[in-house]
Design a protein around this ligand. Sequence first.
Ligand code: DEZ
Ligand code: MG
Length: 312
Amino acid sequence: MAKPQPKYLSGDAAAINEFLDRFDTFLFDCDGVIWSGDHVFERVPETLELIRSRGKKIIFVTNNSTKSREQYLSKFTKLGIPATADEIFGSAYSSAIYISRILRLQPPRNKVFVIGESGIENELRAEGVPFIGGTDPSFLRDMTPQDWRGIADGSLLDPDVGCVLAGLDMHVNYLKLSHALHYLHRGAVFLATNTDATFPSNGSLFPGAGSIGTAPLAYMSGKTPLALGKPSQAMLDAVEGRFRLDRARTCMVGDRLNTDIQFGVEGGLGGTLAVLTGVCKLGDWEKEDAPAVPGFYVDKLSDLLVAGSSSG
Ligand SMILES: O=C(O)[C@H](O)[C@H](O)COP(=O)(O)O
Ligand SMILES: [Mg+2]
């Protein structure tokens, strides 16, 4: 059976108006759609304003765990993109609420060992979840003979660690991974904020969270983490619960087939829009092993601007 073909919208004002009229809520991915690093794609702020002016709800759903909602709000503000902290739902937040409200680790083994940046730490702190590792400077160094011995005999390990959470860590090293491995050996729950293989930034691709922490730890421990970012339906359920989404009137906009588009398709959302400014390239969805096919696609997000402020 022929694969469904996504509808190309760029340059077609009537089709874009019809597309926008189908949805009340737009879930926007960030890296590769809104920006690439600190570079905001052309006319993205106007495009978001157009969508708001048509009475649509906007929610930013990012797998990037390096920032908390508050830290993202600062980035949006710094880059001149109107947004509120309430509209931001990141994988660091998704992971923190999963740990505090669903996993509910019981003391004393309720501490999290973090492979990741301050975004995870800030969201865990906001949920009252204790943690170690992460950006702690005492982990940003080479292994010493004491480390080898102390990790092996457990004297350097914290007995209260009951979970290892792995995200995008720009400072990962042998010491952190060694601690994480030994906590997993001791039965700690293995979670990942997301498993993206690459990270789109500065117009190119860099190592992603999945390649930095999650995959190496899974390989060395023989364990598979529970991933809490897109395409995880646990994240969509959390977004739905938080924002009272009508899935049929909701569209996921993203640059990656095996996170954003798969998230929307498996979640039964009314639509998915692929944007070709990030990871996904034209026709990737036609490949035999494509994880999902978007309903629509555009070359860049601002192509939606031809619609104009009033519906068709
Ligand atoms: O490696 C990562 O964590 C991802 O590449 C990055 O987070 C993607 O973020 P998103 O496109 O979901 O905003
Ligand atoms: Mg993206």
